[in-house]
Design a protein around this ligand. Sequence first.
Ligand code: IMP
Length: 428
Amino acid sequence: MFSESARCVVLVGAQWGDEGKGKITDVIAEQATIVARYQGGANAGHTVEVGDEQFILHLIPSGALYSTVRCLLGNGVVIDPWTLVEEVDMLEGRGIDISHRLGISWRAHLVLPYHKLLDGANEASRGVQIGTTRRGIGPAYRDKVARTGIRVCDLADLSFVRGTIESQCEWTNARLVDYGSDERANATEIMDRLESVAPGLLSNAVDVGEEILSGLSAGGRVLLEGAQGSQLDVDHGTYPFVTSSNTTAGGAAVGVGIGPTLIDEVLGVVKAYTTRVGNGPLPTELKDEAAEHLRTLGGEFGATTGRPRRPGWFDGAVVRHAAAVNGLTALAVTKLDVLDSFEEIQLGVGYELDGDALEGFPPRSQQLDRVCPVYETMPGWMAMTEECRTWDSLPQNARAYLDRIKSVSGVPIRYVSVGSGRRQIVTV
Ligand code: IMP
């Protein structure tokens, strides 16, 4: 739920992604008039369950499941046109009428087939792989910053698009030769495929910032939905093991085209433990059987790639850092129920490096690889929480655990999710 005075809320992942943002967005979106994605692309996999049905959305905002919500993709999103068309068709095939409620920023950049080829080849050529989703995200943002990208609005001028695609295919193919890859990008093929989707994309192209401003002026409520998590932010995350966009709240204003002064609240979504998919540091990582146990109980497999996620204990240092870089005003703690059967739970409250307590959050992944988490051992609650709907109905030890998450992070808790269903939520 939106708090009484909040009109514009940003929802961010406060760990390494997969925190359950789809579910929380779905809960809040009931009261929203607009839900807008502000960064990332089809690398995201937001899972929403309604009754017996499960939806996995990669590009379209998770608010899509409410027929009254206008869904927007901001200029900060990189759009794979064919994935978008597939997702619209999937939703419409399942009875969710989305095409007339979908607006795409005309300033958003496109992810094209050569970006995916480059993503794969870049990864293969790196000494230490990042473990990207291979959805072409990094190369698409690189073209944006290098000023060689193609935007939705450009589709109105296909001869301009053809020229850019031809030169980008030439450039890409030279890189693919350098990387020793046998794959090649084909400009004619890409143009043929693009021509068939261009009219549809253009018919949904809008000025997203303007729409949000008029929605707010008309008394509407706006949710800006982040993808991935704060530790995957290209500036504030565990560089270079990050995605290529600003996942943090600052990216929201830029990524939809409104001023930051319009944002009232920033809700950080955290799992009651931690997971990461892909490579890079994960200080509270669990190994062996304990990891397998948490992975199985939590169903921790990537929604986009199916890769097993790396599980770990809750890391207070990570969430404190997220609180600072996002200006978090509240937390939504998800998947509490996954910890129901643990006799003891470890909660990371800080780090030591070379025997000394570490102040602040280290900027280098090489340092984070070496830190030792400082844990507090908390007693488990050994009781089912999935039917809990109020704070008081949660087991006492679960409340104590959540209270400690709050004090270690320095952020109050607004929601606790106790299952994947829409109604399995405690509002604090
Ligand atoms: P990319 O965004 O595909 O370039 O991948 C960069 C890093 O971000 C890799 O470690 C991915 O596993 C991770 N990543 C990207 N999207 C998500 C997501 O939605 N959830 C979790 N991790 C992600």
